[in-house]
Write a protein that binds this ligand. Structure first.
Ligand SMILES: C[S@@+](CC[C@H](N)C(=O)[O-])C[C@H]1O[C@@H](n2cnc3c(N)ncnc32)[C@H](O)[C@@H]1O
Length: 282
């Protein structure tokens, strides 16, 4: 028994050293071993080597591992969805604060462009922990993304969610107009020209999740502007839109919200002091 344990430990150490010698960071080599070295057999060894080869070619660690934490959830992620970003966790805090201020017993939430489900599923999960039975509609224009979000809902046994294939509000059930308590969105907001200058690692993420057309002279702002402009018709009285945007979009987002008829609007900066999230209430 002990001899076997020592043999497995030696094999694991040798493999870790091999991966580090190939150029992997020691921390990442350890994570790949934890994920893929599930037995001391040739299949496990080749799974680790395969994962390391993907990482060494530049694929994001999150995709190679196949899952990544976002707030309280361990979300499955792959090349069909955007890797949920830490700054988007702040959007969830803002949304929870807005709902708490409204004291809504069974809020109806719509997550526009749900991707992996990061925002909407976290809200469902955290509200349930506070005893709030919310209902979620998670929509995306990408069927691939919806498949990943559905899998994440099953993984975390989050049942009060329906999935809708739609370009923004186009195919959302009309009966929801005027009834949504909280709209959350993290639309694509990188302009085409900016996209060309970004890190090559972003090439692994779906372009539809990142790049948006310009809105007049404002680069990458068209999807955010569309969501802000259309949102009031779907919100209940005192309903709130919480939408992430680019760091140069703060003033434009506030102006768009006022034009759309929102009565209370503020723009919130992220931990790095950059404009990041519009919070607007009807
Ligand atoms: C920046 S990603 C955000 C994903 C996820 N909400 C998150 O925060 O990690 C933008 C998402 O919007 C979706 N999307 C892009 N254009 C869309 C459209 N016209 N209608 C609905 N969803 C769209 C993309 O497929 C992608 O999942």
């Amino acid at each position: 028994m002990r001899a076997n344990w020592l043999r497995v430990t030696d094999a694991r150490t040798a493999l870790r050293e091999e991966l580090v010698a190939q150029g992997l960071e020691p921390r990442e080599a350890r994570w790949l071993l934890e994920e893929y070295f599930l037995g001391d057999d040739p299949a496990a060894t080749s799974a680790v080597r395969g994962a390391a080869a993907r990482r060494l070619k530049g694929e994001p660690l999150q995709y190679v591992l196949g899952h990544w934490p976002f707030r309280g959830l361990d979300l499955d992620v792959d090349e069909r969805v955007l890797i949920p970003r830490p700054e988007t966790e702040e959007l969830v805090t803002l949304a929870l604060d807005e709902l708490a201020a409204r004291d809504c017993a069974t809020p109806l939430i719509v997550d526009l462009g749900c991707g992996s489900g990061a925002i909407g599923l976290s809200l469902l999960d955290e509200l349930a922990r506070r005893g709030v039975r919310a209902n979620l509609v998670a929509l995306d224009v990408s069927l691939d993304a919806l498949a990943v979000a559905r899998r994440n809902a099953l993984k975390h046994r989050l049942e009060r969610v329906s999935f809708v294939h739609s370009s923004w509000f186009d195919d959302l059930d009309r009966s929801l107009r005027g009834r949504v308590d909280l709209l959350v969105a993290n639309p694509p907001y990188v302009g085409q020209r900016e996209y060309e200058t970004l890190e090559p690692v972003l090439d692994f993420e779906p372009r539809v999740a990142l790049v948006a057309p310009d809105e007049g002279a404002i680069e990458g702002f068209a999807d955010v502007a569309h969501v802000i402009g259309a949102a009031p018709a779907w919100l209940a009285p005192r309903g709130t839109l919480v939408v992430e945007h680019g760091e140069r979009h703060g003033l434009a987002a506030l102006a768009a919200a006022r034009r759309a008829g929102f009565r209370h609007c503020r723009d919130v900066t992220d931990l790095a002091g950059k404009d990041r999230v519009l919070v607007a209430t009807t």
